[in-house]
Write a protein that binds this ligand. Structure first.
Ligand SMILES: [Zn+2]
Length: 452
C-alpha cells in the first residue's frame, strides 16, 4: 500500500502551525512540524493548500441522486413533496438504477469533501430483492467511501400520505429482521476503522412502524451493538400525529419506544422545542442537521445552537439530492455557518465549529475513528487547493474553503489512506460514462413510473 507524505500545507485544521502528515496502512501514522519524508514516502506537495479532516455526512439518501428537481415537487413542503418525489418513484428503482444513483450520489459527496457517508436507505418493501441493497454496498466499495448503511423501511402502512397513497406493501417485522440479520452477517464490521457499518433505521419514527416494532428494532440493535437512526420532527406533522395517535409528545413517544440514547441520532429535529432539546441532550441523542434540505422544503431552521448549548452533539447531513440538489457537504457547512448567524448574530457560529460538526462530531456519533487529524486515526483527509483566482484575496486561508464554499477545488482526498480524489477528479468514476448512464437511468425511471 502506498505510503503518502503530505508536505508543506499552508494550514492544517486543528494546528496553530502547519504540520506534515504521513499516511500509512490506512491510518495517520505521524504528524509533525519537523517531520521529514523518507524513501518509502510518496510526497504530496500541499503548498497553497489547506488540509481538513474528511467530512462525515450523517444523513443522506443516495437513491435520490436521480430524483433532482422533479417538477411537481419544486414548490412543495415535506408532506406533499414525499408524495410527488420519493414515494412516486422509489418503487420503480431497480438494482441497476440504484447502483447508478448510488455511484452518482457518492461522486457528489466525494467531490465536495466527504470521506464517510451514512446513507439512510429506505427502499424496502415486502417483495424487495436483496440486490437493491447490495447495489448500494457495492457502489460504496467501488468508490472507496467509508460507508454506513442506515437500514430504513416501514413495517406499517403508516400515517404519511405518500406511503398511504402508494402501492408499497410494507415488510412485516419478522421479514425486516430476517433481512437485516443477513446484511449484518454479510457486511457489518464493528472495528473502529471499519469501512462498512450497519445501522437500524426505520424510515420515520412516528409514522412507519408501530411502537412494539420500534421496541423490537431497538432490542435487536442493542444485542448486536448497532447504532440507530430515523427521521424525527422535520415538520410539525410528527408532533401532531404523536399527540393524536399516542396522546403524547413526539419526543416522549420516542422515549416510550426506547428510541432515545447515545446510540441514536435523528435527522432534522427542526421542530424540537426546549422540552425536546432537554430530553435529547439528557439521553445523549444526536442530530443530523440538514440545513439545505430544510430550507428547500421550507421546513424551518433546526435549533442547533440551543441544542449544542444543552450538550447535544451536532452533526451535518446533506439529506439526498432530491431536496438538496447541490448535494454538497461543503455547502452544508457554509449554510450552517450562515443560517444561525441570521437568527442569533455574528458570533452564533464559527467556521472551526461547523468544520467540527461536519467531521469530528459526525465520526464520534457514528463511532468511527475518523474526523480528526490525529495520530492513529483513519487516514481520511481532504486537501483543498487555494491556488486559483477563485481564492485570491482570501486572508483567512484555513477558513477559505468553508467561507467561499462551492465550487470546491480539491487537490487530493484520501480515505483509509487511499487516494480517492486527485485534482478535482473522483478516481474510480468515468465522468462521461456515468453522465450517460444517469441520463439513461432517468429516462428508464420515468418510463417505469409512467407505465405503473
Ligand atoms: Zn432524510
Amino acid at each position: 500500500m502506498t505510503q503518502y507524505f503530505i508536505h508543506q500545507a499552508e494550514a492544517v485544521f486543528g494546528f496553530e502551525r502547519p504540520v506534515s502528515i504521513r499516511l500509512r496502512d490506512g491510518i495517520i501514522a505521524d504528524l509533525g512540524e519537523d517531520l521529514a519524508a523518507t524513501d518509502q514516502d510518496m510526497v504530496i506537495d500541499a503548498s497553497q493548500c489547506v488540509v481538513y479532516p474528511g467530512f462525515v455526512n450523517t444523513h443522506h439518501h443516495l437513491a435520490q441522486a436521480i430524483l433532482k428537481g422533479i417538477p411537481a415537487g419544486l414548490n412543495q413542503g415535506l408532506g406533499e413533496w414525499l408524495v410527488s418525489v420519493p414515494y412516486q418513484f422509489w418503487p420503480h428503482i431497480t438494482p441497476d438504477l440504484m447502483y447508478i444513483a448510488a455511484k452518482l450520489g457518492l461522486y457528489e459527496q466525494l467531490r465536495s469533501g466527504v470521506t464517510s457517508c451514512a446513507d439512510h436507505h429506505y427502499l424496502y418493501h415486502a417483495a424487495t430483492t436483496p440486490e437493491l441493497e447490495e447495489a448500494v454496498w457495492q457502489a460504496a466499495q467501488d468508490l472507496g467511501v467509508r460507508f454506513v448503511l442506515c437500514r430504513g423501511g416501514a413495517t406499517a402502512q403508516g400515517s404519511h400520505k405518500g406511503m398511504k397513497g402508494s402501492t408499497i406493501q410494507p415488510e412485516s417485522l419478522s421479514l425486516a429482521l430476517t433481512r437485516m440479520e443477513k446484511s449484518y452477517q454479510q457486511h457489518h464490521d464493528d472495528s473502529a476503522l471499519s469501512m462498512k457499518r450497519l445501522v437500524v433505521a426505520p424510515t420515520s419514527l412516528v409514522h412507519t412502524s408501530p411502537a412494539e416494532d420500534l421496541k423490537a428494532f431497538a432490542q435487536w440493535a442493542k444485542v448486536r451493538g448497532l447504532k440507530r437512526h430515523s427521521h424525527l420532527l422535520e415538520v410539525g406533522f410528527d408532533e401532531q400525529i404523536a399527540q393524536q395517535k399516542f396522546a403524547m409528545r413526539a419526543i416522549d413517544y420516542a422515549a416510550h419506544c426506547d428510541w432515545l440514547g447515545d446510540d441514536v441520532w435523528f435527522a432534522h429535529l427542526v421542530k424540537a422545542d426546549e422540552y425536546a432539546i432537554q430530553r435529547l441532550a439528557q439521553t445523549g441523542t444526536g442530530i443530523a442537521h440538514c440545513p439545505t434540505s430544510n430550507c428547500r422544503l421550507g421546513s424551518g431552521i433546526a435549533p442547533a445552537i440551543a441544542m449544542e448549548q444543552a450538550g447535544m452533539k451536532i452533526t451535518l447531513g446533506v439529506d439526498g439530492s432530491a431536496s438538496s440538489e447541490n448535494a454538497s457537504m461543503l455547502q452544508e457547512l457554509n449554510l450552517a455557518w450562515l443560517l444561525h448567524r441570521s437568527q442569533a448574530g455574528p458570533e452564533a457560529t464559527k467556521i472551526e465549529q461547523v468544520i467540527r460538526w461536519g467531521s469530528e462530531n459526525g465520526a464520534d456519533l457514528l463511532g468511527l475513528k475518523t474526523g480528526q487529524l490525529a495520530q492513529g486515526y483513519a487516514a481520511d483527509l481532504v486537501i483543498y487547493s487555494l491556488d486559483s483566482l477563485r481564492y485570491a484575496g482570501v486572508h483567512s486561508r484555513l477558513q477559505g474553503p468553508v467561507l467561499c464554499a462551492e465550487p470546491a477545488k480539491i487537490a487530493y482526498s484520501f480515505i483509509n489512506g487511499k487516494l480517492v480524489v486527485e485534482q478535482g477528479k473522483v478516481l474510480g468514476v468515468d465522468e462521461a460514462k456515468l453522465q450517460q448512464e444517469v441520463n439513461e437511468a432517468c429516462d428508464d425511471l420515468i418510463s417505469r413510473a409512467m407505465t405503473h
